[in-house]
Design a protein around this ligand. Structure first.
Ligand code: FPP
Length: 251
């Protein structure tokens, strides 16, 4: 169905190159319907499909989804297993469709903590979609912003100790090259669903100048129209990166 919002996005100016999403509210969506939490996550998978398709339609280059955080390991084993099962299901069911849409999947995070069958399913998904040139989809799995920065600090310290790098050479670029997101531009827009206003340890370095869009909608109800609404909101922002607006006279 043609979308009026999508037309407005296309007419509205610059489309963000990179959108990151904290998909929140699956548990509350399920709870309010008297359903177990895992059914909220399952419904959330449909929103993943919606938002990926919407991102391709809107012409984004990168979409990054926070699928499982380092803190999520502390959830009950049953819920962790359900989430891993969903990632496997997604990887197996969606690969062909993602390929057809030109989506290249990357999986970022501490995959050593992920069980073998989930790791192999998501790695195969990345393999099967390699070369997709319309959208790069980054699935953040077992990911935490602080852990990512600690790993980077350790990697840089090792390089200094081995004499490969001087500590004075540690700059933005050297640090960014040590992050899971190496090679990715910083997100232009962060969307968090379910009305929460927190970063929850997500992309702490990369979000420094990102525009934030907090949606009241629970993730299982978030569809491509909500994505287009967030992009329209972004297009109304004046991004200054700590400087003054273009057109403001120096005094
Ligand atoms: C947060 O909701 C969501 C998650 C911890 C998991 C997100 C996973 C999916 C959407 C499904 C599969 C993902 C992919 C990429 C196929 P919550 O459980 O914290 O909700 P609550 O705050 O309402 O309890």
């Amino acid at each position: 169905m043609p979308s009026d919002r999508l037309d407005r996005v296309r007419l509205g100016g610059v489309v963000p190159s990179h959108v990151a999403v904290i998909m929140d509210g699956n548990g509350r969506w399920a709870g309010e319907r008297g359903l177990p939490r895992h059914l909220g996550h399952r419904e959330g998978m449909k929103s993943v499909r919606e938002v990926v398709e919407g991102s391709v339609e809107a012409g984004l280059d990168n979409l990054t989804l926070f699928a499982f955080s380092t803190e999520n390991w502390k959830r009950p084993l049953q819920e962790v297993s359900a989430l891993m099962g969903l990632l496997q299901l997604y990887a197996r069911k969606e690969a062909a469709d993602l390929r057809r849409q030109g989506v290249e999947v990357h999986v970022l995070g501490d995959l050593d903590r992920v069980d073998e069958s989930t790791r192999s399913a998501v790695e195969q998904l990345a393999e099967r979609t390699r070369g997709g040139d319309r959208l790069r989809l980054n699935l953040m799995i077992s990911y935490g912003g602080r852990e990512e920065l600690l790993r980077a600090a350790r990697a840089l310290a090792d390089r200094v100790r081995s004499g490969e790098l001087q500590s004075s050479e540690i700059d933005d670029e050297a640090l960014e090259d040590s992050l899971f997101t190496r090679g990715l531009p910083d997100p232009d827009l962060l969307i968090r669903t379910s009305g929460e206003h927190r970063l929850s340890n997500f992309m702490l370095w990369q979000l420094a100048y990102t525009e934030l869009h907090m949606s009241p909608v629970y993730w299982p109800e978030f569809d491509r129209e909500h994505l287009f609404e967030a992009i329209l909101d972004y297009q109304r922002r004046d991004r200054r990166f700590g400087r003054v607006s273009a057109g403001v006279q120096a005094s």
